[in-house]
Write a protein that binds this ligand. Structure first.
Ligand code: ATP
Ligand code: MG
Length: 197
């Protein structure tokens, strides 16, 4: 047997297996995607998907918990394409050091999220850095789980943040954990415009 033929036969076998799996995956539904872990790339993954969906004409809304007191490139871009944002805008909790004002700001963003989670016109909702709000107990976790479960059937939700809890992992359809192998910040390099914000 020539090496060429062996390669072709191998590829044919792989194609058959993949085609079989694609044919089997027929369910069309709104998904919960959870991007967690300590490595860089959670929010960028969510915003990349928001851009992908917007490009297809889907209606996307974004909640940014924690972040937002500085200019974000992704926000400026997506808002220009009618993607509505609700931003906590308090900065990091270790900067504000005020639990009460942080919690109030968080609940305001959560109200926006709750409304979007009942809105049939919203095709995709991004809940960026939501995991911290649950871990800090700023939002009632049961309320979050209930709203996610009762949302419109077709609606996709993307949740990001480190330390996702077990219930959230069970509730999500797709979960990715991004590992930190190394990060430039540890070598004393500051956050870079366009790459980190
Ligand atoms: P990104 O927004 O770049 O996708 P992320 O959402 O995965 O990052 P966050 O902790 O939310 O991670 O990121 C906040 C900021 O911290 C970003 O500017 C990011 O580049 C930076 N960052 C992310 N992971 C690390 C890390 N392991 N060490 C240092 N800085 C990090
Ligand atoms: Mg992030």
């Amino acid at each position: 047997m020539t090496p060429m033929k062996t390669h072709q036969q191998k590829m044919q076998k792989i194609k058959q297996a993949i085609d079989k799996r694609i044919a089997k995956a027929q369910t069309q539904k709104g998904l919960v995607v959870l991007i967690t872990g300590n490595g860089k790339g959670k929010s960028t993954s969510a915003f990349g998907t928001a851009a992908r969906a917007t490009g297809h004409g889907l209606k996307v809304k974004v909640c940014q918990f924690i972040k937002g007191s500085w200019d974000c490139g992704e926000r400026d871009l997506l808002e220009a394409f009618d993607v509505e944002f609700s931003v906590m805008a308090t900065g990091f909790t270790w900067d504000t050091q005020n639990k009460e004002t942080d919690k109030a700001a968080c609940l305001k963003v959560w109200q926006f999220a709750k409304k979007a989670l009942t809105d049939k016109n919203v095709d995709m909702l991004i809940l960026d850095e939501l995991t911290y709000m649950l871990n800090f107990e700023y939002i009632d976790p049961q309320e979050v789980y209930d709203c996610l479960k009762n949302r419109p059937n077709h609606q996709h939700v993307i949740i990001t943040g480190r330390g996702a809890n077990k219930t959230l992992i069970e509730l999500a359809d797709t979960v990715s954990e991004i590992n930190n192998i190394k990060h430039a910040f540890d070598a004393g390099i500051k956050a870079q415009v366009g790459l980190d914000y």
